[in-house]
Design a protein around this ligand. Structure first.
Ligand SMILES: Nc1ncnc2c1ncn2[C@@H]1O[C@H](COP(=O)(O)OP(=O)(O)OP(=O)(O)O)[C@@H](O)[C@H]1O
Length: 259
């Protein structure tokens, strides 16, 4: 975890996001410092995943500005919702990795190829170099011996660990996790948590996690943000949020999930 707070690498300024008549984010402001590990917790439907999807440019937004790794993206007034251009998308995908709830591994590729393909195709890395790096990463997540297996031969927890290695293979500055354990049986959560806990010690890596698993919020974050109805109601260190939450809504939420 970080001791020093650096300059922001992610910054939402007055971002508004609507799905038809539903406003999910209304003039949303939020920033994450380089190297910071931040967890978003909060009720279902409050807009947490939408924040991540906007960051990955998987969702356009209608108003405001998003700054990511020194590049600003904003809606052009009068031209409709902001849609990332191909060039923006490539730039963002270079800096930002995402780990999804559903692993999303390529079923027809071995574990090793799943990790190797993006650096070779997107970054133009030599295959031998990408393979050496992939083996190091698979070793880090405890799966080097499964490199020639196919995803279907792995447990959900193992598949998610491969997905983390795959995201890291792109050497991202920012790693986003969207409920990385919610598709897993409870006994498999621990192995994924332990890999993410290890990553939390990587000083330069910025991590933003959306999770319903409070152990993640407690164990890997510098800052926990309680999100409700499209805004951050309360934020602080894990000790503050879990030990002495100030807002009634935060207390209600925590007592419902920790019950
Ligand atoms: N593609 C979409 N079209 C229409 N509405 C959507 C779409 N995606 C999300 N929403 C709505 O936006 C709101 C916020 O959804 P979001 O998935 O961001 O919430 P969340 O806090 O991540 O919830 P959960 O914890 O259940 O994943 C919800 O009301 C959801 O129904």
């Amino acid at each position: 975890m970080t001791d020093t707070i650096n300059k922001p690498i992610i910054e939402f300024s007055n971002v508004t996001k609507r799905f038809g008549i539903l406003t999910v984010l209304d003039q949303f402001n939020f920033s994450v410092a380089q190297g910071e590990k931040v967890t978003l917790i909060g009720p279902s439907g409050s807009g947490k995943s939408t924040v991540l999807r906007i960051l990955m440019t998987l969702e356009p937004f209608q108003e405001g500005r998003l700054t990511l790794a020194d590049t600003s993206y904003h809606e052009e007034r009068g031209k409709g919702p902001f849609q990332a251009s191909e060039r923006h998308l490539r730039e963002i995908r270079k800096h930002v990795g995402m780990v999804f709830q559903s692993f999303n591994l390529f079923p027809h590729m071995t574990v090793l190829r799943n990790v190797v393909e993006a650096p070779v195709r997107v970054l133009g890395m030599a295959r031998a170099e990408a393979e050496a790096r992939a083996i190091e990463l698979l070793d880090m997540v405890g799966l080097a011996d499964k490199k020639d297996h196919y995803p279907v031969q792995l447990s959900g927890g193992q598949q998610q660990r491969v997905a983390i290695a795959r995201a890291l293979a792109m050497r991202p500055r920012v790693l986003l996790f969207d409920e990385p354990t919610s598709a897993l049986d409870p006994q498999l959560v621990g192995e994924v948590l332990s890999v993410i806990r290890g990553l939390a010690h990587e000083h330069d890596l910025t991590m933003l996690l959306v999770t319903h698993e409070m152990r993640f919020a407690r164990e890997v974050s510098d800052r926990v943000c309680f999100f409700d109805k499209g805004r951050i109601c309360e934020q602080g260190s894990p000790e503050e949020i879990f030990g002495t939450p100030k807002q009634e809504r935060t207390r209600e939420f925590l007592s419902s999930v920790l019950a």
